[in-house]
Design a protein around this ligand. Structure first.
Ligand code: SAH
Ligand code: SF4
Ligand code: F3S
Length: 442
């Protein structure tokens, strides 16, 4: 074993990056790296980046600029850029910010140990290939003491996207859709449960398009995979994200009706409520088709909490188009939602289209967010007086307080002993706030 070095990983973007960061730390452990929470004592810093909107991508360069003084103080410090900006910009990153030693895209993370060895010798290392092999087969899982493992974990089951929505960089930064074989997923899930995990969120850019090799050699759907996972003793909760409306299947509706461990929460982005805009976005579904998917889901699981993503100010969006989005939200009544102002991304089909004025887009975003916040508050308020099973995850800020999650992914603050961590206990909900609930052990 090499001497101990410190690794600091900063994660931007989606849950898939959170998962990847953990895997990268696992990959570098045999090279002698231990993770640290502070960039100041690090020997290697990795920024795991997001390219989805311009702001997200630019953040990386301001963060890198701030690292100049760290590198001046410690010339041996190595700085790497990973994730979707690394994939999209490659060596351009080093041209813009020469203090960067290493650039690696999401599909080449298993090559990180070799790249680390190379930069230790003073060379630079860049890898933005999409190799044939499954990187996860070559990435050791992060270990570490059982007690430090959070009770809820992410597990990537599908990666990449073949949908090519006109605004989106993901098909370019993550590559084509690939599903991991069920055997690998089951082994990883069992390993997580052995280390104290009670809830697993299956991740994929289009997770409900999952079609991996099943344990019997046949192609398995997401629903079939969930059914198998539900058989793992000690695994109490299963979630999945993000889904696409066009990949919803009968067996997934049925899974929600039949499998108790499958949580009643569905993140199903729609982006817009206007058919002409959906068409311009290349979403390949109408607002009506989206609403029918939700109807079927709610028929299978009446208490299903729905969450979504929206883009306002897409090129060509008129007032009437925007009103259609408001109408759709009024009808769905989202439990939570994420909304963004359109950001033109280099290399995407929509990038060259004339944009609408920024002040118009900002006003629409504010109006949409007002409505979404109101609906979210109503959903939060509707839990008061109910008794919900809460999975306790970590201590709260107040002494004697613990924070857990409801089935609907709400944070719940409860007075409870630290031993509650990792357990699911019934909690009577006594109060609601926009982003959390309070309750007492029932
Ligand atoms: N795979 C998921 C989402 C991926 S990106 C899906 O298919 O829905 C997460 C969210 O970022 C998207 O749902 C969208 O709302 C937003 N987004 C993506 N590209 C964007 C862009 N160019 N400008 C603004 N928001 C964007
Ligand atoms: Fe992007 Fe569309 Fe693929 Fe989602 S489905 S990742 S929004 S291209
Ligand atoms: Fe961002 Fe890449 Fe995720 S662009 S949202 S980190 S897939």
């Amino acid at each position: 074993m090499a001497e101990t070095k410190k690794l600091y990983v900063k994660t931007y973007g989606c849950q898939m990056n959170v998962y990847d960061s953990e895997r990268m730390a696992g990959a570098l452990a045999p090279s002698g790296y231990e993770q640290t929470d502070s960039p100041d004592d690090a020997d290697m810093i990795l920024l795991n980046t997001c390219h989805i909107r311009e702001k997200a991508a630019e953040k990386v360069y301001s963060e890198l600029g701030r690292m100049r003084s760290l590198k001046d103080a410690k010339p041996d410090l190595k700085i790497g850029v990973t994730g979707c900006v690394a994939q999209a910009e490659g060596e351009e990153i080093i041209r813009r910010q020469p203090l960067v030693d290493l650039v690696v895209g999401p599909q080449a993370y298993h090559r990180l140990p070799a790249m680390e060895a190379k930069v230790r010798q003073g060379a630079r290392a860049i890898d933005t290939e999409f190799p044939e092999e499954d990187k996860f087969d070559y990435l050791p899982r992060a270990r570490g003491p059982k007690a430090s493992r959070a009770p809820a974990a992410f597990l990537t089951v599908q990666e990449g996207c073949d949908k090519f929505c006109a605004f989106c960089v993901v098909p370019y930064t993550r590559g084509a859709e690939v599903s991991r074989p069920a055997a690998r997923i089951m082994a990883e899930a069992r390993d997580l449960v052995e280390r104290g995990v009670a809830e697993i969120t299956l991740l994929g850019q289009n997770v409900n398009a999952y079609h991996g090799e099943g344990l019997n050699g046949a192609d398995w759907s997401l629903a079939r995979l969930v059914q198998e996972l539900a058989g793992i003793e000690g695994l109490e909760r299963i979630r999945y994200t993000t889904s696409h409306p066009n990949d919803m299947t009968e067996d997934l509706y049925a899974a929600h009706a039949e499998i108790d461990k499958l949580m009643p929460y569905l993140h199903l982005p729609v982006q817009s409520g206007s058919d002409p805009i959906l068409k311009a976005m290349n979403r390949r579904h109408t607002a009506e088709q989206y609403l029918r998917v939700l109807d079927r889901m709610r028929a299978a699981r009446p208490d299903m909490a729905i969450s979504g993503d929206f883009i306002v100010g897409f090129p060509g969006e008129t007032d009437a188009d925007f009103k259609a989005t408001l109408r759709l939200c009024e009808e769905v009544r989202y439990a939570s939602a994420f909304s963004f102002k359109y950001s033109a991304r280099p290399g995407t089909p929509a990038a060259d289209r004339p944009t609408i004025p920024d002040d118009v887009a900002s006003a629409r975003l504010a109006e949409l967010q007002d409505m979404l916040t109101r609906h979210q508050r109503e959903f939060q308020q509707a839990q008061v007086g109910k008794t919900l099973p809460v999975l306790f995850e970590k201590p709260g800020r107040e002494p004697g307080q613990m924070i857990g999650k409801s089935p609907y992914l709400q944070s719940v603050f409860v007075t409870a002993a630290p031993e509650a961590r990792g357990k699911i206990l019934p909690v009577e909900i006594t109060a609601s706030a926009p982003n959390s609930l309070a309750g007492r052990l029932a």
